[in-house]
Design a binder for this molecule. Structure first.
Ligand SMILES: [Zn+2]
Length: 128
């Protein structure tokens, strides 16, 4: 299984760490062209973790005073799993695998060792 957990309807990566953002609060900077078209030139997303980490040194890709906290609109929220190989989306993990307990969900959304956690769970399921 190569399922990844998402909480944004349109999954968006943090421009600092390159990971998909799962928190509904994030930091954002947008640059539009100054002409009439108001074309969006830059859309910069930063996850809360990166923001906190980088704040003391202000080592952002853009000036810190231009980066503002935002909250994802409820209409843009959607919790689902996506099989990264096939692109199929699952609203519930039941279709992809049977969770052992509610904590399983937590692990899936929890950081970089996601893949390890998933294979761990699969082994536990197989053993059960
Ligand atoms: Zn980040």
């Amino acid at each position: 299984m190569d399922c990844q957990y998402f909480t944004w309807k349109r999954p968006t990566k943090c421009d600092e760490c390159g990971e998909f953002i799962n928190d509904y609060e994030y930091y954002y900077y947008e640059k539009k062209s100054v002409d009439k078209t108001q074309r969006v030139l830059v859309q910069y997303y930063c996850c809360i973790n990166c923001y906190m980490e980088r704040l003391p040194t202000e080592s952002f890709k853009y000036p810190v005073n231009k980066i503002h906290k935002r909250e994802l609109q409820p209409k843009d929220r959607l919790q689902f799993y996506q099989n990264m190989k096939t692109g199929h989306r699952y609203l519930s993990m039941q279709f992809a695998r049977v969770p052992l307990n509610p904590d399983s969900y937590f692990h899936l959304s929890n950081g970089k060792d996601k893949a390890d956690k998933i294979s761990e769970q699969e082994e536990m399921l197989r053993a059960a």
